[in-house]
Design a protein around this ligand. Structure first.
Ligand code: DC
Length: 212
């Protein structure tokens, strides 16, 4: 079984996908974390992220894997280091590179062929798994999405500014929606859920009512 969960930044995709994976006892793949991992590796290696060839070469030499729903970059587990504002501000530039996407999509499809999985991202239902069993598309207002990210980051001790986060989210949505190859887009066959005024439990219930 393949469950695709797409939508803009901060709409609640990963929170919900993780819970559903637990409840259904299937794998969870955070595909955004893969693009974040490449971005992080470029930043720590001082690679110019506007140099598509350099970024693609780095991606080719990178090993990305998931174990127990955690992402590993070249054998090392990644957690908060890929959630910083610096990574968020740069990730869309990396995610628009076709060669990088091909590499990440190959990994996603390979995982999908050997296990039941729920994947969250931007192009899962539209490009990676167009024949997914279920295609969810989550949305929420930019203000609500910004508030959620702000809460998440401040709870982890980061000193962040709400307006800056909302601006970053809106800019990232624009870039992700307007890139040439496999952009964020709502296809006609999605199950649309607006999470703005819903609790996590309510959204989980919406999912479980649909998944058989
Ligand atoms: O879900 P996220 O915010 O962690 O994703 C980070 C970025 O990665 C997002 O701005 C766009 C990109 N992304 C993508 O292009 N395709 C995906 N399937 C998942 C994420």
């Amino acid at each position: 079984m393949i469950i695709a969960v797409d939508g803009p930044a901060g709409a609640g995709k990963s929170t919900i996908a993780k819970i559903i994976a637990d409840k259904l006892n299937i794998n969870y793949i955070d595909t955004g974390a893969m693009y974040r991992a490449i971005t992080y590796k470029c930043l720590i290696n001082d690679i110019d992220i506007t140099n598509e060839e350099a970024v693609s070469n780095l991606a080719k030499e990178t090993d990305i894997d998931f174990k127990d729903n955690n992402i590993y970059l070249d054998g090392k587990i990644l957690t908060d280091e890929i959630r910083t504002l610096e990574v968020s501000n740069n990730v869309s530039n990396i995610a628009k590179i076709k060669e990088v996407r091909y590499l990440m999509v190959d990994i996603q499809r390979e995982i999908g062929t050997r296990s039941s999985v729920i994947l969250d991202g931007r192009d899962i239902g539209s490009y990676v798994f167009p024949n997914a069993d279920y295609k969810f598309y989550l949305v929420a207002t930019p203000e609500e999405r910004g508030q959620r990210r702000y809460k998440e980051l401040t709870e982890k001790g980061y000193d962040v500014n709400l307006d800056e986060i909302i601006k970053e989210i809106i800019k990232r949505d624009e870039m992700d929606s307007n890139r040439e190859f496999a952009p964020l887009k709502k296809t006609d066959d999605v199950i649309l859920i607006d999470t703005t005024s819903k609790t996590i439990d309510e959204v989980v219930d919406d999912f479980l009512a649909i998944i058989k």
